[in-house]
Design a protein around this ligand. Structure first.
Ligand SMILES: Nc1nc2c(ncn2[C@@H]2O[C@H](COP(=O)(O)OP(=O)(O)OP(=O)(O)O)[C@@H](O)[C@H]2O)c(=O)[nH]1
Ligand SMILES: [Mg+2]
Ligand SMILES: [Zn+2]
Length: 302
C-alpha cells in the first residue's frame, strides 16, 4: 500500500487535501498523515487542492477518497487539442513566474492575469533569476506596475527577495504557473522546507532537465500552501475562463466606457475609445494586441 515515501498506513476515516492527483489515485494529506488513496466510484475526478473525505474500511487494501467538497474555484488550462484541463482547485492567488531566461511569453502573462481577474483570484507576477539581470524585461514590468499588477523580483540562486515573497504568500494558497524553466520548482524548494525532500517526483525530460509533470501541493508554514504546476509551453488558460476578456484587461475596460457602441469589441468599430487610447499611447500597444488575440481566440471557440 505504501508506494510513496512518507505515506502512512492507517485505518479509519477523515478529511484532507489532495496534494497530487494521478488519474486512478491521489496523494492526500490529513494533518500529519500522508495517504496514497484509491478512488471510490469511476466518476470521481480529483484535482490538486481538492478538499476530500477519505476512508480506510476494515479489510480494504488501503484508504480511498469517498467524496469531494464543492470547489470554491478551479483553475484550468487548455491543452494542445484545445480541451480544458483542471490544474488546481480552491486557490487564493495565481503567481505567474517569469525570468530573463527563457524569454517571457507576455501573452501568457496577460492571459493568466485576465483569467485570475475573471475568477476574482489575486494575481502576482514573480520575476525570478535576478542574478541574470532584467534588462529587456524592465519596460514591460513598468507597464504591469502602472496597471496595478503586483510584481516581486526574486532570485533562487542568491536568495534575493525570498523573505518578502514568503511573507506575501502567508495565510493563502498560491498556484505557481509559467513557462517551463523559469524556476517554479526551484522557488517552491527554496520557500517550502518540506518540498526539497520530495523532489523525487521530478522527472527528467528528453534533454535531461528536471521538469514537473503534475501539479503538487506543498505546505508553507502553518497556514499557507504553494502549488507547483508543470510549465508546459503550449498550455494557457482556456478562453472560456476569460469570457469577459475585456474585463480582465483593466486599462481596456476603463477606456471602453467612452466607446460609441456599448457592444464595441475594439477591433475596427467607429468611435472606439480603446483604439484611440492606443493611438494616443495611453494603452500599451502590446497589451492591446494581447487583448485582441484573446478576444479573437474566444470568438473562434464560441
Ligand atoms: N541563474 C538562475 N537560474 C535559476 C534560478 N532559479 C532557477 N534556476 C534554474 O532554472 C532551471 C529551471 O528551474 P526549474 O525550477 O526546474 O523550472 P520550472 O519552472 O519548475 O520548470 P518546469 O517544471 O519544466 O515547468 C534550473 O536549471 C534552475 O537551476 C535563479 O534564480 N537564477
Ligand atoms: Mg517545475
Ligand atoms: Zn471600443
Amino acid at each position: 500500500m505504501v508506494t510513496e515515501p512518507g505515506t502512512t498506513p492507517t485505518q479509519g476515516a477523515g478529511t484532507g487535501v489532495v496534494l497530487a492527483s494521478y488519474g486512478r489515485g491521489a496523494l492526500v494529506q490529513d494533518g500529519t498523515l500522508t495517504l496514497r488513496c484509491g478512488l471510490v466510484g469511476r466518476k470521481l475526478r480529483l484535482v490538486c487542492g481538492d478538499r476530500i473525505r477519505w476512508q480506510h474500511a476494515p479489510g480494504a487494501d488501503g484508504p480511498s477518497v469517498e467524496s469531494v467538497e464543492p470547489r470554491r474555484n478551479v483553475v484550468e488550462r487548455i491543452d494542445a487539442r484545445g480541451r480544458a484541463e483542471p490544474v488546481a482547485a480552491n486557490i487564493d492567488r495565481i503567481a505567474v513566474v517569469i525570468a530573463p531566461e527563457p524569454a517571457p511569453d507576455w501573452f501568457l502573462v496577460d492571459r493568466y492575469w485576465a483569467g485570475a481577474r475573471h475568477k476574482d483570484i489575486d494575481a502576482l507576477l514573480i520575476v525570478n533569476k535576478q542574478d541574470l539581470g532584467q534588462g529587456p524585461l524592465a519596460e514591460q514590468l513598468a507597464v504591469y506596475r502602472s496597471l496595478g499588477l503586483a510584481c516581486m523580483e526574486v532570485g533562487c540562486r542568491d536568495g534575493r527577495g525570498l523573505p518578502a515573497l514568503h511573507a506575501r504568500l502567508a495565510a493563502s494558497v498560491t498556484l505557481f504557473v509559467g513557462q517551463s524553466g523559469v524556476g517554479k520548482s526551484s522557488l517552491v524548494n527554496a520557500l517550502a522546507p518540506e518540498a526539497e525532500a520530495q523532489t523525487a517526483e521530478l522527472t527528467r525530460d528528453a534533454e535531461g532537465r528536471h521538469t514537473t509533470t503534475t501539479a503538487r501541493w506543498y505546505r508553507l508554514g502553518a497556514d499557507a500552501a504553494i502549488i507547483d504546476a508543470p510549465g508546459v509551453r503550449d498550455f494557457a488558460p482556456p478562453a472560456h475562463i476569460v469570457r469577459a476578456a475585456e474585463r480582465g484587461f483593466i486599462e481596456i475596460h476603463a477606456a471602453s466606457v467612452d466607446c460609441r457602441f456599448n457592444d464595441c469589441r475594439h477591433f475596427d468599430e467607429p468611435g472606439c475609445a480603446v483604439r484611440a487610447g492606443v493611438a494616443a499611447q495611453h494603452i500599451a500597444p502590446r497589451r492591446y494586441e494581447s487583448y485582441r488575440r484573446l478576444a479573437r481566440l474566444y470568438e473562434d471557440l464560441a
